[in-house]
Design a protein around this ligand. Structure first.
Ligand code: FES
Length: 154
């Protein structure tokens, strides 16, 4: 199902847990890394590998915003929408990003580069508002700063 390297990673991960299902979060990351998002086939395969029901894997993958069930852009622009960030202008930043990139919230630009998303607290509330780009965090952002961040990614 996956590359040999990723299959080996899964085998190795399974040695870390007393029950296979405990590895579901990191295995979902591997699936997402392999395909860019978690496909229907990934959900079925992971359920088989981890002795879970398909709906149990589906519940996990749809609960956490770090997993995508549909294709996303090369860069996921994730704006925190929780209270501290909201108070300090997160909504304006999200709207600015959508306007700048000509896309809607949760949608991907036609060139496949960017997906604008809202996510829950990223854990940097004292440095709100926060934008996460893939695995990089940018704190105390404003529209000028997000412009610079995005322009450097193009
Ligand atoms: S509220 Fe945005 S990082 Fe916590």
């Amino acid at each position: 199902m996956y590359s040999e390297a990723n299959e080996n990673k899964i085998d190795e991960l399974l040695t870390h847990y007393p029950v296979k299902r405990s590895a579901v979060l990191p295995v979902l990351y591997i699936a997402q890394e392999e395909h860019g998002y978690v496909t229907d086939e990934d959900v079925k395969y992971i359920a088989r590998r981890l002795d879970m029901r398909v709906n149990e894997v589906e519940e996990v993958v749809t609960f956490y915003t770090m997993y995508s069930r549909k294709p996303v852009g090369k860069y996921k622009l994730q704006v925190c929408r929780t209270i501290s960030c909201q108070i300090l202008g997160a909504e304006a930043i999200t709207e600015h990003l959508c306007r700048k990139l000509g896309t809607g919230l949760g949608e991907t630009t036609s060139d496949g580069k960017f997906t604008v998303m809202e996510v829950e607290c990223l854990g940097y509330c004292d440095l709100a508002p926060v934008l996460q780009v893939n695995f990089d965090y940018h704190e105390q952002v404003d529209t000028a700063r997000v412009d610079k961040i995005v322009d450097e990614l193009v």
